[in-house]
Design a protein around this ligand. Structure first.
Ligand code: ZN
Length: 124
């Protein structure tokens, strides 16, 4: 890799880095865990939900996360469910952006080192 190539790769990395950080700053609140929906049978013995799976009640929205190493599920209702669905989605996006930043940094290392070395040689 020559200086020109290193500069080009690094500029490209910096541009992508900036764009990813802009995506991070546009993200709203985040939440750990996952959201899933379940259909349940009720406690009423005569209810058709017991004999026909398509008559089960729901969907009920559950948020599952780990609290001090233990998996905990909580039922969410109405607006809380809507917000948490969005916040979990935001966190999944954040995780993906962080992973891209990590890969970008690996790519930026070699050209960064090369350019630093040349900078030092030119000032010696
Ligand atoms: Zn029922």
């Amino acid at each position: 890799m020559n200086t020109e190539e290193a500069r080009k790769i690094l500029d490209d990395c910096l541009e992508k880095h900036k764009s990813l950080l802009e995506q991070v700053s546009a993200l709203g609140f985040i939440a750990q865990g996952s959201i899933n929906e379940r259909y349940l049978t009720c406690s009423s013995k005569n209810c058709s939900c017991h004999s026909d799976p398509s008559k089960r009640h729901g969907p009920y929205v559950y948020w599952t996360t780990k609290v001090q190493g233990k998996t905990v599920s909580r039922i969410l209702k109405g607006e809380t469910a809507e917000l948490m669905r969005q916040w979990v989605a935001n966190r999944i996006e954040l995780d993906s952006i962080v992973e891209q930043l990590r890969q970008l940094s690996v790519k930026a290392l070699e050209p960064s080192v090369l350019l630093m070395q040349q900078e030092r040689e030119s000032t010696d």
